[in-house]
Design a protein around this ligand. Structure first.
Ligand code: ZN
Ligand code: ZN
Length: 293
């Protein structure tokens, strides 16, 4: 289906060159209230590191292209990802919903990883260390691929696989108070992942019951939900980059971040170790699907 809103916005694109964003980002770096002067900001509620790239990046780059300030909020450290076991080459007592011992093969690098033999900067990846590497990934990508100044990158600590209604409500209320005129965009309440779905469910409820006033909401249909052929709760719209020759470069940069395995420098290919088929799928499709309230 044609996305009329994107088509209309496309017409303004020439007047809102990316240089305008760079300029405004410098001016409005430290005061959330002043962000509004640069156009309606957009708050992206990202469940886990890599969701912003796999399921939202096309929209993020298109909004940046329009000169709209982007605020990226990471909701959880995503520490349960199997990327930890892949990088360690084994399950352990901290493994979530999995065996607590046994070897884990890396199909990407075609070997069993070994943190000691491969000189990992962090040594064996405990869940606490791993959580920090995922947060580092997100911050690196938010700045490097989505041009977000550090003042607009937020890290929250909802428990992975344990997003509750009340915690998410408080989270959304917090960012709505910080950026009252900003659109809020997150994953769909029909998502196959419970954390993703909770973000969408609460945002939808808050929009419907009037708590968010005129704030615009968008719900992304994740790559995981697409690959699972799940049923979306609303009609889906299709999104592609308005200027792929310019903007795909940034998304490819984010994908590269998530694929980089340079363990001596604390880079463990967390994204690709976690969901390689989703990265491959997204790279081949280069599009997103989303719905409204
Ligand atoms: Zn996720
Ligand atoms: Zn590997």
């Amino acid at each position: 289906m044609i996305n009329v809103r994107d088509a209309i916005r496309c017409a303004y694109k020439a007047a809102l060159a990316s240089v305008a964003l760079t300029f405004s980002a410098m001016i409005y770096a430290h005061d959330p209230a002043q962000v509004h002067a640069a156009g309606t900001p957009v708050v992206y509620l990202v469940p886990h590191a890599d969701d912003e790239t796999l399921s939202m990046s096309i929209d993020i780059r298109n909004r940046i292209h329009e000169g709209r300030p982007v605020i990226l909020v990471l909701a959880s450290d995503g520490k349960h990802s199997k990327a930890r076991e892949v990088a360690n080459g084994q399950y352990d007592a901290e493994s979530y919903n999995a065996p607590t011992s046994g070897a884990v093969y890396c199909h990407y690098h075609k070997r069993y990883h070994n943190p000691i033999a491969e000189h990992y900067a962090d040594g064996y990846l405990t869940m606490t260390k791993f959580a920090q590497t995922r947060i580092d990934d997100f911050i690196r990508v938010a700045g490097g691929a989505y041009g977000t100044p550090s003042s607009r990158i937020y890290i929250e600590h909802l428990p992975n696989d344990g997003f509750t209604y009340s915690d998410v409500h408080a989270l959304i209320a917090k960012y709505h108070a910080l950026y009252p005129t900003a659109d809020i965009r997150t994953t769909s309440w029909g998502d196959v992942h419970a954390d993703h779905a909770m973000l969408g469910r609460v945002l939808h409820d808050m929009k419907v019951n009037g708590e968010l006033g005129n704030v615009g909401t968008v719900y992304f249909w994740s790559i995981a939900s697409r690959m699972a052929d799940a049923t979306p709760p609303r009609t889906l719209y299709h999104g592609v980059l308005t200027d792929p020759s310019y903007d795909w470069w940034y998304i490819e940069k984010a994908i590269t971040y998530y694929k980089t395995f340079d363990p001596a420098h604390g880079r463990y290919a967390n994204g690709y170790h976690s969901v390689p088929t989703q990265f491959d799928y997204f790279e081949s499709k280069r599009d997103i699907y989303y719905h409204y309230n």
